[in-house]
Design a protein around this ligand. Structure first.
Ligand SMILES: Nc1ncnc2c1ncn2[C@@H]1O[C@H](COP(=O)(O)OP(=O)(O)OP(=O)(O)O)[C@@H](O)[C@H]1O
Ligand SMILES: [Mg+2]
Length: 627
């Protein structure tokens, strides 16, 4: 079983190498030519060294004199060989380096690109830590064997040359070579097979350790406030310990095999000297030839290791490659269509949900996803504001995701100006709709960059206009460097409400024709929230920023009252629709929800006014007070 999998690793590893050569054939050729030049020079140098010793040094010692011309010739030959060898090393190293780093860069790009193409459902199933290690250590691991590969290929060519050269010299010495070289090769193969499972394990643990680290840094606040430092450290230490043990296991194997690989060629040299001495006495070979062969065995030892390096890296490479392929081959991306929305109708767009059903993909393959939305149908007419109201978990965020096509419905359709959003091009969709998500995301960059996002046509004037609409111009103007202020990783230097208004301004700066606000101003003062929505609704507020249709998930009575229509959802179904006052009069659940939320807000305000007394949750209602 174990040997079957390691044979598998060997053949799959060779497949990865073939892939690399297919992608970078020219650079690979340069490196191999360099490597073959180097190997050829090793064989030639063995001959020359033998000749110099047999024809120059020995006669000189026995006669006691050296011909200056002969000496100069020998020196010139050795020098020439060295120059060619250096050129070979240069070509090989340069080629191998180029090839390895080019492949790494290219696959990093491909992995990152694929991440962005894959749908949200895929990201829900894959942790950020895993993604980070896919783009970093897995890509690197996949291409590790590329560095010694040209050397190994050149060495194989050299070994063939060496055997030929040995047979040309003497069959007995050739037999020694035939015994030693394959043994060396076999030892390397055994080594790499033993290494396979250990390397794969280490690679997997590396990803897990980075995943845990990422999660605890991300959740540092929770860890600290809940006093979970010790447990979190223990969780990390456990995996880090496993990684340490698995790396030590790798080192132990190296410790056993490295000396063996070192010793075998030396034993070969010894055998050559013993056999060679006999053959010399029989007169079958000359001193020149014996010295050549002995020298050849000495200098061969090092290049043969290159084959071992490649084989030893193959398991890790295969493990990394599998993890990279898992991303590149992942399916389920949402292809975009070819249609564009009519550019003449630059005003607000009409959003329609037609009998939309939706379920999230199950966490495990054997489960079936529970339906989250059923028979959802409503329209946000052009230029109108529709409020989406419902208890927590009702499906409001899911509706918002569908409206901007983060996910597609199982059945039914979402249309913009009558066009199914699945038929739109990516650019047309992105230009028409903007979502301000429930949890604001801010890049570690300046305020300006966060709002403009490098989109064309958004100059400082447009940024300020968007900030004014989002009621954020005041605090941005007060920042030390204004638009140039760095906001810190995830906007840590801003308050929650400021972050929300920044992301709202980002959405507005793109002049969307449909704006989807998913509880986007919850951390903002109620009066400011109402002012923002009122501002968004009136075109007169900001010339240059066209009115958009607005779908807003809201809780506060003042905000909801501004909407033209309210859609009340519960458990993924639209239960009622109408104006705020109509729903107040007819839908008991709606009344409960809105009043309970209001009460919670009042209590929260009292809390902060009177001290730290904890107000009880409104009974029987699932309300997240901490909005
Ligand atoms: N990524 C997901 N995978 C599986 N189920 C999900 C996922 N996101 C949400 N759900 C489920 O879908 C349902 C609707 O969630 P949704 O986020 O749309 O609710 P919501 O109305 O926005 O709630 P809230 O007011 O708390 O934001 C919930 O039952 C939730 O558990
Ligand atoms: Mg939500």
């Amino acid at each position: 079983m174990a040997s079957k999998t390691s044979r598998d690793v060997l053949s799959r590893g060779l497949g990865v190498l073939r892939q690399a050569i297919r992608e970078q054939p020219r650079i690979f050729s340069v490196a191999v030519v360099g490597s073959v030049l180097f190997g050829g020079m090793i064989i030639v140098s063995a001959r020359v060294v033998g000749t110099v010793i047999g024809e120059v040094a020995l006669p000189a010692i026995s006669r006691g004199e050296v011909g200056a011309g002969t000496l100069a010739l020998a020196a010139a030959a050795l020098f020439g060989i060295s120059v060619l060898r250096v050129a070979g090393i240069f070509g090989r190293r340069l080629g191998a380096g180029y090839m390895q780093y080019r492949l790494q860069a290219s696959y990093r790009r491909r992995v990152t690109r694929r991440y962005l193409e894959l749908p949200l459902s895929w990201h829900h199933r894959n942790s950020t830590g895993t993604l980070l290690s896919n783009a970093n250590s897995d890509v690197e691991a996949a291409w590790y064997p590329i560095a010694p590969l040209p050397f190994a290929v050149g060495t194989l060519v050299m070994l063939v040359g060496a055997i030929v050269s040995l047979f040309a010299t003497d069959w007995a010495l050739a037999l020694v070579g035939l015994a030693v070289f394959p043994a060396l090769f076999a030892l390397n193969v055994v080594y790499s097979r033993r290494m396979a499972p250990r390397q794969a394990r280490a690679q997997r643990l590396r990803a897990e350790v980075s995943g845990i680290a990422h999660e605890s840094f991300d959740g540092a606040l929770v860890v600290k406030t809940m006093g979970r430092e010790a447990q979190e450290t223990a969780r990390f230490a456990g995996r880090a310990g496993e990684l340490r043990d698995s790396l030590i296991a790798v080192g132990r194997l190296r410790g056993v095999f490295d000396p063996l690989l070192e010793t075998l060629p030396s034993l070969g040299t010894l055998a050559v000297l013993v056999v060679g001495a006999f053959r010399l006495r029989q007169g079958a070979i000359s001193v020149t030839e014996l010295v050549s062969v002995a020298f050849l065995f000495t200098v061969l030892a090092f290049p043969v290791r290159a084959i071992g390096w490649v084989l030893a890296e193959l398991p890790r490479s295969v493990a990394g490659w599998d993890r990279v392929r898992r991303v590149l081959d992942a399916t389920g991306e949402m292809p975009y269509g070819q249609r564009v929305l009519d550019q003449d109708s630059a005003g607000a767009a009409t959003l329609t949900f037609r009998d939309v059903h939706f379920s999230y993909p199950p966490a495990e393959a054997h489960q079936t996803g529970a339906q989250v939305l059923g028979e959802v149908g409503f329209t946000v007419p052009a230029g109108r504001t529709v409020a989406l109201v419902g208890p927590t978990g009702a499906g409001k965020s899911t509706i918002a995701s569908l409206a901007v096509r983060l996910v597609d419905p199982d059945s039914g359709a979402v249309t913009l100006d009558g066009v199914d959003v699945r038929e739109l091009t990516a650019a047309s969709l992105a230009g028409a709709v903007a979502l301000v998500a429930q949890v604001p995301f801010v890049f570690d960059d300046t305020v300006r960059a966060n709002i403009a996002l490098d989109r064309p046509g958004i100059d400082d004037e447009a940024v300020w206009a968007a900030l004014r609409l989002a009621e954020a111009d005041g605090f941005v103007a007060a920042l030390p460097d204004g638009l140039d202020t760095m906001v810190g990783e995830r906007g840590t230097s801003l308050s929650g409400g400021q972050r929300q208004r920044l992301t709202l301004a980002r959405a507005l700066a793109g002049r969307p024709r449909l704006l989807v606000l998913d509880d986007a101003t919850s951390a903002v003062d109620p009066r400011v929230e109402a002012a923002i929505l009122a501002g968004l609704r009136s075109s007169a507020a900001e010339p240059g920023v066209p009115v958009a249709s607005i779908l807003v998930v809201a809780y506060r009575r003042a905000t909801i009252a501004l909407a033209d229509e309210v859609i009340y959802v519960e458990q993924g179904r639209v239960l009622a629709r109408g104006t705020h006052s109509e729903l107040l009069a007819t839908v008991p659940g709606y009344v409960d929800l809105v009043t309970a939320y209001e009460q919670a807000e009042v209590e929260r305000a009292q809390e902060s006014a009177y001290g730290d007394e904890v107000a009880p949750l409104p009974s029987g209602l699932e309300i997240e007070v901490d909005r």
